[in-house]
Structures are given as C-alpha cells and as structure tokens.
Design a protein around this ligand. Structure first.
Ligand code: KG4
Ligand code: ZN
Length: 338
C-alpha cells in the first residue's frame, strides 16, 4: 500500500510517501523558520502564503524521490486539524484537488495522531495499546492510544504547552525563535541545579499540566536581574528550565502509567527532541522495567512521514473523507470527526 502524506498545519510544508504502513520511501520538508524568526514567532498570514508557493514542488519532489507517480498511490492523506486555519486550508484544498484529479481516496489525519505515529516508523514492533505523552509547541497531552485510530486523553495542559514554555523562556533570554532547541544546546554547558524553579500544583485532574507558572517565574527572574544590573548565566538557567520541564513531564507520565496500568510508554511531538526530556523519561522507564519508545530526532518535529504513516492506518480502518472535508483549527484528539 502506498500513501502520500501532506502536512501544512504550522510553518513546515511537507510531503511524504509511505509504503505498507511504516516504510518511508520519501520525506520532504520545506521549513519557513528563517522567515518567521524575524518576527519572534509564526506569522499565520505568511505561513499560509509560503505553503501556497511551496506545496506543489514539495509534493512533486516527494513523489520523485519515492519513484512513484500519482497513479501508483492508494490514497492521499492530509492533516486537517488542529493547527493554523489558513495554513491547514492550503494542505486540505491541495490534497482534495489531487485526490479528485487522480481519482484516489482522500484520508483525513489529525496532527497529534500523526506525531504519535512517528514512533511506528522508528519502532517496527510498537503496537497499541500504550500510553503516549505528546509535547509540542501547541500541545501537552497524556493520551491512551487504545488502537491505531482510537485515543483517550487523560491529561492536558491548562495553559501553555511544554514547547510554548521552552520558546517563551528562550525568547525572554534573547534566543531566536523557536527557542526550545537553543535552551537544549545551552543546557549542555549549564548547571541543572543552579536555579530552583516551581513545579506546578494543578487542582482537579492530577494528570493535567500547567507550564505558565514556570514561564512567569523565569521571566520575573530575568526582569529582576535586569533591574538590578545583574546578569544571569544563560547556560545555568537553560539547564534548570530543561530539568524542571523534564521532571514535570516524567512525573506525570510515570504517575499516569502506574495508575492506568500501562507498561509501554511513547514520547512524541516537537519537544520529544529535547535531550533532557528524552533522558529523564528513558531513565524512569528503565528503572521500572517499562518499555519506552521515542522517535528519532528527524521525526520529532512536524513532517509528512508521520501523516502518511497514520494515514495508512486510518485508510486500513476505513477512515476516508469526501470533497466536503474542511480544515479545523481546534479539535481534541478524542473527538475526531471521522
Ligand atoms: O511538533 P512541533 O514541531 O510543532 C507543533 O505541532 O507545535 O513542535 C514544535 C515545538 C517548539 O515549541 C520547539 O521549540 C520545540 O518543539 N522543540 C524543542 C526542541 N526541539 C523542538 N523544545 C525543546 N528542546 C528541543 N530540542
Ligand atoms: Zn506538530
């Protein structure tokens, strides 16, 4: 089975061809980071325009590199939710037209389910059910992966996502957008216990996250130091932020696994590239004899290989869409429309 995947939910235009669920024949990503960097974050209007300009060439390249034609495909999968609405609309309309012209099934894919599927590409033995922690620029979710196409959210962020917290702290420290990776690099030369930062107390659901208190505390610390004419060591602060976020993610994930009886845990989303989070969760799982899975670095951030892979599972489960498919900016993974 050959599925073409298309992703345009944020600032990466991507296309990929996946064979038989988990084998990636090609994966092309055109990133807009350099352009959005000037503004300190993604400018939705610019993102949509760049997707418009790039999507055809990116798709042609993915087909060329996979050595397939449109006629060879079994279906066309596309991210339709959640994300920036203007950005999603470009991918959805492009995929719809392609499916119509080539007379192929159109397969809707939820972006978060795509991030989870990145693990299938890297770990051929991984099968549901398992618990997945998805941490990205827009989401922090603890998800029961019940089957390839069924998900139940048991915890989510009440405010900022983990990646957003990394990015906002990084911005306050003067690092360019997106700052998560800069904090990761600076942390390599820092003291992880230099600063004591707050762990959130979340009333109600113990598996919900909250990262805004940590962000505010870092911003206040930097302001106070600035007012007093003091300098804060960025490596030390980065290491302390990374350690705190890694601890929060690890504590919640392990707690949820124990409570819900999962011995298999996966990590996904852009923040899964963070060396501190990878190491902390991997160590905690090792200590308890849990199986632990995480994507290789190239599949942590937004890409279309994960969409093509998840699209294959959706297609096998009979999940397809007709020409009325629309993009949706906000849609929880446990209330997918298809
Ligand atoms: O999944 P993703 O590419 O986009 C969304 O779906 O949101 O995630 C992007 C997020 C950004 O916040 C980025 O700073 C963060 O992932 N990120 C990292 C690292 N690499 C990417 N955060 C911490 N450490 C990293 N190495
Ligand atoms: Zn993403």
């Amino acid at each position: 089975m050959l599925i073409l995947g298309i992703e345009s939910s944020c600032d990466e235009t991507a296309a990929s061809v996946c064979e038989d669920f988990r084998n990636i024949r090609s994966s092309v990503i055109s990133t807009q980071i350099e352009e959005h960097k000037k503004y300190g974050g993604v400018v939705p209007e610019i993102a949509s325009r760049r997707h418009c300009e790039n999507i055809l060439e990116v798709t042609k390249q993915a087909l060329r590199e996979a050595d397939v034609t449109l006629a060879d495909l079994d279906g066309i999968a596309v991210t339709y939710a959640p994300g920036l609405i203007g950005a999603l609309l470009v991918g959805v309309n492009f995929a719809k037209s392609l499916a119509f012209a080539a007379e192929k099934p159109l397969i809707p894919v939820h972006h978060i389910s795509g991030h989870i599927a990145a693990n299938y590409i890297c770990h051929k033995e991984l099968e549901p059910p398992y618990l997945c922690i998805v941490a990205s620029g827009a989401h922090s979710h603890l998800i029961e992966v019940l089957s390839y196409t069924e998900f139940r959210v048991i915890g989510r962020t009440r405010d900022d996502a983990a990646g957003e917290c990394f990015d906002k702290c990084a911005r306050a420290m003067g690092f360019p957008y997106p700052g998560g990776v800069h904090i990761d690099r600076a942390a390599q030369n820092g003291d992880f216990s230099a600063f004591k930062l707050p762990h959130p107390v979340v009333a109600g659901n113990e598996f919900d996250f909250s990262f805004s208190g940590l962000k505010t505390s870092v911003i206040n610390m930097l302001h106070r130091a600035d007012q007093k004419g003091e300098t804060i060591d960025k490596n030390d602060l980065s290491a302390s932020i990374q350690r705190t976020i890694s601890e929060i993610i690890t504590e919640k994930t392990i707690g949820a696994a124990e409570q819900y009886g999962y011995k298999k845990i996966a990590l996904a989303g852009g923040v899964s590239a963070n060396s501190g989070v990878r190491a902390a969760l991997s160590k905690a799982c090792d200590e308890r004899g849990f199986e632990f899975y995480m994507p290789e670095l190239s599949l942590c951030g937004d890409n279309a290989a994960m969409i093509a892979c998840q699209g294959s599972y959706n297609f096998a489960a009979g999940i397809t869409a007709d020409e009325s498919l629309n993009a949706v900016a906000t849609m929880p993974i446990d209330s997918i429309k298809f």
